[in-house]
Design a protein around this ligand. Structure first.
Ligand SMILES: [Mg+2]
Length: 182
């Protein structure tokens, strides 16, 4: 649907509540042990067979819930295109566009305005379209900067990595999309 707001989705935190209490798989989630190539590459020169897979918790209800929202879904995650291989199919999501980062993990150094390393890329990628950004790492400085530099409506929405996406987030997303239409 042209004209829908964008929903920029982080994986680790919102979809994978990696910080859940007692390191227990939260109710409704399944445990996946995943070995994406980007993870293997970060361990170079360690051979692939010796790299510990990532433990990822995913809730299969999240895919249909996200698809039912009046948004265009976009991956905004360190998984980049690997979210389409490893995450989307496990949630029943189709292939989605993804944001390619200019400074993955902020390894190029501290942002001059103290922004998260995703923030400038996301605003550039949105190119003036309304968006909601779901992430467990965004902070007040990102919210302020987006309000000052993005010409359309935007809602950076922090998600607790101990709990992941919850009903309240889906309700907030529906409400925001309705308001954004006015
Ligand atoms: Mg995250």
């Amino acid at each position: 649907m042209t004209g829908s707001p964008l929903l920029l989705i982080d994986v680790d935190g919102p979809l994978n509540p990696y910080a859940a209490p007692d390191s227990r798989c939260p109710e409704g989630y399944g445990t996946h042990r995943l070995l994406p190539e980007s993870w293997v590459a970060r361990h170079a020169p360690q051979p692939r067979e010796q790299v510990e897979p990532l433990r990822v918790w995913l809730n299969p209800a999240h895919g249909p819930e996200l698809l039912s929202l009046p948004y265009e879904l976009v991956w905004a995650t360190t998984w980049m295109d690997e979210a389409n291989t490893f995450i989307g199919p496990r949630l029943g999501l189709p292939e989605l566009p993804y944001v390619r980062w200019t400074d993955l993990f902020g390894e190029g150094g501290e942002d001059p305005d103290g922004l998260h390393w995703k923030t400038r890329d996301l605003v550039a990628w949105a190119a003036g379209r309304p968006f909601v950004w779901l992430d467990d790492e965004l902070g007040p400085q990102d919210i302020e900067w987006i309000a000052a530099h993005h010409p359309a409506e935007a809602l950076p929405l922090w998600v607790d990595p101990r709990a992941g996406l919850r009903d309240l987030h889906f309700a907030a997303l529906r409400e925001w999309a309705e308001d954004a239409e006015c």
